[in-house]
Write a protein that binds this ligand. Structure first.
Ligand SMILES: Cc1cc2nc3c(=O)[nH]c(=O)nc-3n(C[C@H](O)[C@H](O)[C@H](O)COP(=O)(O)OP(=O)(O)OC[C@H]3O[C@@H](n4cnc5c(N)ncnc54)[C@H](O)[C@@H]3O)c2cc1C
Length: 385
């Protein structure tokens, strides 16, 4: 992008600018666009990047120093996620899942669970998938039907989890289930189920995008899980499930904003070079105005995202604003990706160009973490409708 590309960054203070530089340098070193393309094209989990991110403390950056984490606040995390989105939105989604699970365990885990698991999250020594959604429980996750029946010192878990990101390569899945005979928000519980459990099987799904980290169906058949694998006390399951929601929406918004900026930069560079009708395509007013609109939407989404980050960091209520940011940023990302492919023409449609990968990945962000229409519903309720 031209000289105005980074003007929104003027909002950042010295600490935030230093963090952005650190995260950008990390991804420049460990995640070149060709690397992301290769993982996507082959459907290969980015092992090396995952290891490096773990060592750099990026997979559990939110955890306090006492657990080996970096103790980063929501503003720092938003910067991390926007740089991850800029580099590799598919992988960025996996970092969100790690933060979700780590946050749940930090807030609701028993002292033993915290002592055992949090230092591993802090340094990438554990990969945990988040298993809430099911065939019959997507936007309305309170409809989840997987059961966890208490049997002495164990739970017996039966059911099927859908779309659990990375579950096919994870060490464990945080499975949300319910006591038999309960419904709605009642009776929900969260259980850490290790991948070696003979009653659990994870099968990768074939998807349009996010093909490197992937998403999986997890089947639980009379899976026996020790009672002390439950996260949270009696009746706390719904709170556990919801506890990371605002952070997830903030992270998603930040990823989408970073990815939009990357695509804008790239598309503008391409259009300045690409000549048709004897001059660069960037000279055509129709093209210039389209890009101006997308840059405006990206700026607005970034402002909304950073406002949520500052709110979360200072303990302000952000539930409604997190929906605004998530909706604005993900729909902007989809629009930018759409135009990035359009404006690169035939080249943008080939696998030689990175923009087609974004076009496929962007769609996921309008669905995962609460679909766009669900965010609209939340915003409408906030308006008193
Ligand atoms: C690639 C990928 C990764 C994912 N990773 C995870 C994960 O790691 N863990 C996990 O638990 N889940 C995960 N999910 C699941 C995700 O959270 C759900 O897909 C999402 O919540 C939507 O649920 P659904 O797919 O069942 O769609 P549905 O609930 O069936 O909704 C379909 C569509 O109906 C419309 N709609 C739904 N509700 C409303 C409403 N109230 N008002 C208006 N319109 C509405 C929307 O357009 C929506 O897109 C993932 C999904 C994908 C695609």
């Amino acid at each position: 992008m031209g000289p105005g590309a980074n003007r929104m960054r003027l909002m950042e203070d010295t600490r935030e600018s230093a963090l952005r530089e650190e995260f950008r340098a990390f991804f420049a070193e460990h995640c070149a666009p060709e690397y992301a393309d290769e993982c996507d094209a082959r459907g290969r989990f980015p092992e090396e990047l995952y290891r490096a991110a773990g060592q750099a403390g990026l997979l559990g950056a939110c955890l306090p120093a006492e657990h080996g984490g970096r103790g980063e606040d929501a503003t720092a995390l938003a910067i991390l996620f926007s740089e991850a989105g800029r580099a590799f939105p598919d992988f960025a989604n996996l970092i969100v899942r790690q933060h979700l699970c780590a946050t749940v365990l930090e807030r609701f885990g028993s002292p033993e669970q915290r002592a055992e698991l949090l230092p591993r999250f802090a340094r990438g020594g554990i990969h945990m998938a988040f298993g809430a959604s099911e065939r019959g429980a997507g936007s309305d996750v309170t409809a989840l039907a997987t059961t966890a029946r208490r049997d002495g010192g164990e739970y017996v878990v039966d059911g099927e989890k859908l779309y659990a990101t990375g579950a096919h390569v994870a060490d464990a899945v945080l499975v949300f289930a319910r006591e038999p005979g309960t419904s709605g928000r009642e009776g929900i519980c969260a259980l850490v189920v290790w991948s070696g459990n003979p009653g659990m099987r994870a099968e990768r799904l074939d998807t349009l995008g996010v093909r490197a980290t992937g998403t999986a169906m997890v089947t639980l058949t009379a899976a026996r899980v020790p009672a002390d694998a439950r996260v949270g006390g009696d009746g706390e399951g719904w709170r556990v499930l919801r506890s990371g929601l605002d952070m997830e929406r903030l992270a998603t918004a930040a990823i989408a904003t970073g990815a939009s900026r990357f695509l804008l930069d790239r598309t503008i560079g391409y259009l300045n070079e690409r000549r048709q009708f004897g001059r660069p395509l960037s000279g055509l007013q129709a093209v210039r105005h389209r890009l101006a609109d997308l840059a405006m939407r990206t700026d607005a989404a970034e402002l909304a995202t950073m406002a949520v980050a500052h709110g979360l960091a200072t303990g302000a209520p952000v539930h409604l604003d997190a929906s605004v940011a998530k909706l604005a940023a993900t729909e902007t990302y989809m629009a930018v990706a759409h135009q990035a492919v359009q404006l690169e023409g035939g080249h943008g449609y080939t696998k030689d160009s990175v923009v087609q990968r974004h076009y496929r990945d962007a769609k996921m962000y309008e669905i995962g973490g609460g679909a766009s229409d669900v965010q609209r519903d939340i915003i409408a309720r906030g308006l008193g409708l």
